[in-house]
Structures are given as structure tokens and as C-alpha cells.
Design a protein around this ligand. Structure first.
Ligand code: COA
Ligand code: MG
Length: 284
């Protein structure tokens, strides 16, 4: 798999049946706009959402464009792909994905239309209990997969949990586990790990805290539901100057000077630090 050539820190969802929001999303600073045909669209507007999305995908815009199709179990997925693929989206988001076989099912639908233009797939892999269990059991790598992401809302329903966050606003353990397993499975598959939406879109401090926590453990970006969330996500995921200075020193000490181990301000450095430093400089 190859990482996408477009930026991938902020991914803004927009309901595929809302012309005003589609315009705003395409004009936003999001790295990627996700046109939603699934949960944000009422059942009697699904067909209209397909055609409106398809028309908006063709408009010239700076953000990369993905389409969230309806889940494989709905029988609508193939039609969603058929009506949007000619507009050449950068990728598709697959909800309620339970494993690599689901990714392959979507990939097969895409390839059956246009084997030349191969968009990426971002899979939402924690919306069912089965999906979460498969994160450790299966190898999720696939040639069209660009990333794994997760969410706690559908999982809450599938688990029968009364809440997914505690009184302090932090995810309760079963949901934090789902987030962590997504990160492990994404790293194992060599694809992006994208953190879940933060639904309280007026709470800037809460979002900033969650973005920082995700970045620290290795997530590459975060989903958003409101344009007001884009700046906070983009700025936090950008490597900060202190990280870049540290990484440059580490590469100089270990690689340029051909040393296996060195010290920087009293901290031992060896090969894992070199690997991390190269990732930081690559991201920058
Ligand atoms: N994309 C583009 N524009 C958006 C937007 C989005 N995701 N969310 C809000 N806006 C626009 C609104 O239309 C409004 O525009 P206006 O001033 O021209 O009327 C402006 O930003 C301010 O919006 P606000 O009044 O703060 O919120 P709202 O009540 O209009 O919308 C939500 C709130 C949650 C319904 C809306 O943010 C939304 O639809 N988010 C995406 C939901 C989604 O796709 N969910 C599926 C994945 S979880
Ligand atoms: Mg959902």
C-alpha cells in the first residue's frame, strides 16, 4: 500500500444531501472532505444524496474527496459506488467494516467499474463487536487500504453500553480499547490511523485535549463533523518545531556520525529513537 499523496490530518464529514454544507465543506481548510451517504442521511433522501454528492464531487476544490458509502449489509453499497465513481473521488470510507474480507468486497465493486482509477479505502473498523475482535485476530492489510479509523457511537449500540464516555469526558475502557486496537491494526497493515470524531463541536478545549492525546500515541489525523474543528486538528497534528529540532539532532548523532548509541541532554538514544526521528522528519 502507498500512503495517499494528499494531506490527511483533518477529515471533515458532510451530509451528502445538504447542498449548503457541501459547498462550505469544499471551501473549508479540511485536508479531506467525506461526503456521507450513510448515517447522516435519512432513508428517504438516500437516492437524492447520491446524485447531489456525485455532482459536487465534480466541482474543482482544494480538499481531497472521499465518499462514505452505506454498509455492505444494506444492499446499497454497489449502487453508491456505481453512481459516484465516474466523478473520481480520492477514496471511499467503508462503515461497519468487520475485517479484510469487507475491504476486499468494496475493492471488488470498485474494480468492476474502473480497474484503472483505483481510489483509496478508509475503513471504520470498530462499529460492531465483531469488527473490534477482528482487529487483533486478522491481518487487515489490503492493496487499496489507505487507513483505519474508529468510532464509539455505533459500537455503544452494538455493545448495549449506556455510555461511551465517563463523567470526566474520557472514553470508558471498552471504547479506549477499540481506539488502541485500531492503532495497532493500522500500524501492522502499514496504513494511516485516523482518530474518531469528537461530537461536542462547541467544546474547543475538549477537542484540543483529544487531538493531543491521539497524536502522542501515533495517530496520523482525526475525523471532524464541523468546520470549526478543522484548524485545531490541522495545527495539532503538524509536527511542532521542538520535535523537528529533536529529530534533526537525533539523525545527526546516530546516522550522520554512524553511531549505534549516543546521548542527548542526558537521555540515551539508539535505533528506536532514530526510527521515530525519521518519521517526524518525514511527516514534517
Ligand atoms: N460541513 C460543512 N458545513 C457545515 C458542517 C459540515 N460538517 N457543519 C456545519 N456546517 C455549516 C452550517 O451549515 C452552518 O452554515 P450557515 O451559517 O450557512 O447556516 C455553519 O456551518 C454553522 O453551523 P452550526 O450552526 O454551528 O451547526 P448546525 O446546527 O448547522 O450543524 C451539525 C450541526 C452537527 C448538524 C453539522 O455540523 C453536521 O451536519 N455535521 C456533519 C454530520 C455528519 O456528517 N455525520 C456523519 C459522521 S459522524
Ligand atoms: Mg454510524
Amino acid at each position: 500500500m502507498t500512503l495517499p499523496t494528499h494531506a490527511f490530518r483533518s477529515w471533515l464529514f458532510v451530509p451528502g444531501d445538504d447542498a449548503n454544507k457541501l459547498c462550505k465543506a469544499l471551501a473549508s481548510d479540511a485536508d479531506v472532505v467525506i461526503f456521507d451517504l450513510e448515517d447522516a442521511v435519512a432513508p428517504d433522501r438516500k437516492d437524492m444524496a447520491r446524485s447531489l454528492t456525485s455532482a459536487n464531487l465534480r466541482k474543482p476544490a482544494r480538499p481531497a474527496r472521499y465518499v462514505r458509502v452505506n454498509a455492505l449489509s444494506t444492499g446499497r453499497t454497489a449502487g453508491d459506488v456505481a453512481e459516484t465513481l465516474a466523478a473520481q473521488p480520492n477514496g471511499y470510507v467503508l462503515p461497519k467494516c468487520e475485517g479484510p474480507q469487507d475491504i476486499d468486497a468494496l475493492a471488488t465493486m470498485i474494480r468492476s467499474h474502473d480497474p484503472e482509477h483505483l481510489p483509496g479505502i478508509l475503513a471504520i473498523c470498530t462499529e460492531t463487536v465483531r469488527g473490534v475482535r477482528n482487529l487483533m485476530r486478522l491481518d487487515w492489510s489490503h492493496p487499496m487500504l489507505v487507513g483505519l479509523t474508529w468510532g464509539g457511537e455505533d459500537l455503544q449500540a452494538d455493545l448495549g453500553a449506556r455510555a461511551n464516555r465517563g463523567p470526566d469526558g474520557q472514553y470508558l475502557p471498552p471504547f479506549a480499547l477499540a481506539r488502541d486496537l485500531t492503532l495497532y491494526a493500522a500500524r501492522d497493515a502499514g496504513v494511516l490511523a485516523i482518530d474518531a470524531v469528537y461530537t461536542n463541536f462547541r467544546d474547543e478545549a475538549g477537542l484540543a485535549h483529544e487531538v493531543q492525546a491521539a497524536k502522542q500515541v501515533g495517530f496520523d489525523g482525526k475525523l471532524a463533523i464541523h468546520p470549526a474543528q478543522i484548524d485545531g486538528i490541522g495545527a495539532s497534528f503538524a509536527p511542532d518545531q521542538a520535535d523537528i529540532v529533536w529529530a534533526t539532532k537525533v539523525v545527526t548523532l546516530l546516522e550522520t556520525d554512524h553511531r549505534g548509541v549516543a546521548q542527548l541532554e542526558g537521555q540515551m538514544l539508539d535505533q528506536p529513537h532514530l526510527k521515530l526521528a525519521k518519521k517526524i522528519l518525514g511527516d514534517a
